[in-house]
Design a protein around this ligand. Structure first.
Ligand code: YXS
Length: 257
């Protein structure tokens, strides 16, 4: 599912399930989370999350075959994607996402939940809930909102179209764009710079920024109303049609009910 490597104080996790385009299955996510735990034990001071060099698809997003076909929240607390996002945010050192190829659906949020993003110019990012009639969850939408201006977050989420890395860099959503032949050297140079700084200060600043980024008040009534609205979506015919269409490798026909 993945390979890992530690070089000094820099750890690398490489997604390695090409057959399923690195879909974020429970098995792959569990492997990434176990690697992060090992990096913590090894006192890694900066981690790099990447796929194999030259890959066409960085990750195809949530494993659709593991999504419920209807009647259950597809992105509940214990969902592998939700678990992965929390582990990335709680990992005590910075994580740099090194992106080559296309990034889809929940993998977009995964990349945005990392602390820094370096991508090749050819890389692209497609947020896909609207493609599958998935009611994204509240903390997941906050990941997008913390990374992008609300108009860009809405463009990503409402169009579900791939957006090139070069455009996202111009908007400050991606830290750096680097050519394929240079991106490794660029990324690991930054990782070593971070790893050479004070780890306690960085770790506490990362945790403070996580708390500040998540500090939003929402009344219990608003939360319950949102959950009710989301339930209408994942109980809809459109949601079941979205999952079925993916499995039948055809374009979904949404009726708005
Ligand atoms: O047919 P086999 O068994 O060889 O498997 C195929 C695909 O079914 C499988 N695969 C996936 N399996 C589970 N979940 C996925 N997300 C997924 N994506 C792909 O991998 C094998 C090779 O796929 P194939 O033939 O399509 O590869 P390709 O190179 O022609 O095309 C690569 C992609 C990524 C353009 C294409 O696979 C694709 O469009 N995948 C789905 C991208 C997507 O819509 N992801 C969003 C998943 S849902 C999600 O993340 C959230 C719930 S949400 O939508 O709310 O954000």
């Amino acid at each position: 599912m993945i390979t890992t490597h530690i070089d000094g104080a820099v750890g690398t996790i490489t997604l390695n399930h090409e057959a399923k385009r690195n879909a974020l299955s429970e098995r792959l996510v569990d492997a990434v989370i176990a690697a992060l735990a090992e990096f913590t034990r090894q006192e890694v001071r900066c981690a790099v999350l990447r796929a194999a060099s030259g890959v066409k698809v960085w990750s195809a997003g949530h494993d659709v075959s593991e999504l419920p076909e209807g009647g259950l929240d597809p992105l509940g607390w214990r969902d592998p994607l939700r678990h992965l996002i929390r582990e990335l945010e709680n990992f005590p050192a910075p994580i740099i996402a090194l992106i080559e190829g296309s990034v889809w659906g929940g993998a977009c949020e995964t990349v945005l939940a990392c602390d820094l993003i370096v991508a090749t110019p050819e890389a692209s990012f497609a947020a896909t809930p609207a493609k599958h009639s998935v009611p994204y969850n509240v903390s997941g939408l906050l990941t997008f909102l913390n990374a992008a201006h609300i108009h860009i977050a809405k463009e990503m989420l409402f169009t579900a179209q791939p957006i090139p890395a070069s455009r996202l860099e111009r908007m400050g959503i991606i830290n750096h764009v680097a050519a394929a032949g240079e991106i490794d050297a660029f990324t690991y140079d930054m990782a070593r710079t971070i790893a050479g700084n004070a780890p306690l200060s960085i770790s506490v600043m990362k945790e403070q920024l996580r708390i500040l980024a998540g500090a939003h008040t929402m009344s219990p009534q608003d939360f319950e109303r949102i959950q009710g609205l989301r339930r209408v979506v994942y109980n809809s015919q459109d949601y079941s049609e979205g999952i079925r269409a993916f499995k039948e490798k055809r374009k979904p026909r949404f009726e708005g009910r």
